[in-house]
Design a protein around this ligand. Structure first.
Ligand SMILES: Cc1cc2nc3c(=O)[nH]c(=O)nc-3n(C[C@H](O)[C@H](O)[C@H](O)COP(=O)(O)O)c2cc1C
Length: 394
């Protein structure tokens, strides 16, 4: 069963709307699901957290999400960091790696995700990453980009499981903080490696096992296979948290995955780009109350706050503008007139012009009731929401 929540398959995703969210029912369901898990002795609550996304979940986006949720983000993870870069002699100061590993106290617990294929380098990279004071290290076994896979890293590790085991062992030996791994279910339909990687995670003492329910061959197309994720959870020892990932866009989806597939937690990727409030929403449900749907002021606050966070990191107006456009492309999807507004926003030549279009759009609409069906349809289709040119994909 692969569906998008509340029994609505993606084909039927058009048929659901937030109005179907009966608050009493959602709160009752939330009170019955597992709401936390542990990575070693650290409690992760809520158990729905932001999945790492290179080019998206940088320090600015993570802080934005954390602020929207009043700090209730469970866990935040860095973008993937190359150990090739990290562990080169003299490259500790590599500006890209330093930027990717930077975090603030408000983001704790914070995990740095590393990728590579050489066990020694992975160990050295993990040590450098751990020296930042982060709480966990995660090993990336999912990146499908040819330039990563071609060197044996990311999902390339799924084709060399002895090396994956060696990497996990070496990284664990190199640091004294917990190490987690994030895998895809396999290379392709003929090479499903999920249960082997689970065994490796168990044997080598991973502190959590995160599963993106697609194969490498799928990229981001089609739906995540939650049946496989559920089977991995059934086979996992009780001390190893299993986190499912794929196609979650609304709090109801989180509940549905926890209820139906028995995972200890979920990670939310693209859904959080479209709905950065999702962690606040699920945390509200867990605390026994219905969330408030974002209004116009909330949308405007998000853009204002994000711009401030971006300006702390970037001097160039054009870079700030680029990130604001990236946000607009996602956050306005499913809003009334959102497509037209996006066109003018994305054509803006300056932040001032962008702001002007943004205010004009929100001034000109009566309601910001969102069509979540549009968001659910973004997953599972043939088109992918990963922008062409994104280094994580190509
Ligand atoms: C733009 C983009 C960048 C990504 N970068 C990373 C990454 O650096 N590390 C990682 O483990 N997964 C990365 N992923 C995969 C996501 O973490 C997640 O596994 C995937 O998007 C499926 O979840 P979703 O259906 O909720 O989006 C990326 C995904 C996207 C769309």
């Amino acid at each position: 069963m692969n569906d998008a929540g509340d029994g609505a398959g993606v084909a039927g995703a058009k048929n659901f709307s937030p109005l179907q969210n009966d608050p009493t029912e959602l709160i009752a369901r939330a009170s019955r699901v597992q709401q936390d898990f542990r990575i070693a002795d650290r409690r992760i609550w809520p158990n729905a957290y932001l999945a790492p996304m290179s080019g998206v979940t940088d320090i600015c986006f993570r802080r934005l999400v954390s602020r929207l949720a009043g700090g209730r983000t469970g866990l935040l993870v860095s973008e993937f960091v190359s150990v090739q870069v990290l562990a080169q002699p003299g490259s500790r100061e590599n500006p890209k790696a330093v930027r990717e590993m930077a975090f603030t106290e408000e983001e704790r617990p914070f995990s740095i995700q590393i990728f590579g294929a050489d066990p020694e380098r992975m160990g050295q990279g993990a040590k450098i990453a751990a020296a930042t004071g982060c709480d966990f290290i995660e090993i990336n076994c999912g990146c499908p980009a040819p330039k990563v896979v071609g060197k044996g890293g990311g999902s390339g590790l799924l084709k060399d499981l002895p090396n994956l085991a060696n990497i996990l062992r070496t990284v664990k030996r190199s640091v004294d903080i917990p190490v987690t791994i994030k895998v895809r279910v396999g290379w392709n339909d003929d090479l499903i490696t999920l249960f082997e990687t689970l065994k490796i995670a168990e044997a080598e003492g991973a502190a959590a096992f995160v599963i993106h329910g697609r194969t490498r061959a799928q990229g981001y197309k089609g739906l995540a296979n939650w049946d496989l994720i559920a089977e991995a959870k059934r086979r996992a020892p009780s001390g190893l948290p299993v986190i499912g990932n794929g196609d979650i866009v609304r709090p109801a989806d989180v509940l549905h995955r926890l209820e139906t597939y028995g995972v200890d937690g979920v990670a939310v990727g693209r859904g959080a780009m479209h709905n950065p409030w999702i962690f606040a929403q699920i945390a509200d449900l867990y605390e026994g109350r219905m969330w408030k749907e974002p209004g116009k002021d909330d949308y405007l606050w998000v853009f204002r706050e994000y711009e401030e966070l971006l300006r702390e990191q970037m001097d160039l107006d054009l870079r700030v503008l680029g990130k604001l456009k990236q946000m607009a492309a996602r956050v306005l999807k499913g809003l009334p007139g959102g497509s037209l507004a996006r066109l003018s926003l994305l054509r803006s030549q300056s932040v001032e012009e962008f702001r002007g279009h943004l205010f004009a759009y929100f001034d000109g609409i009566d309601s910001v009731e969102r069509d979540y069906g549009v968001l659910a349809e973004l997953n599972g289709g043939e088109s992918t929401e990963v922008a062409a040119g994104n280094t994580y994909k190509n």
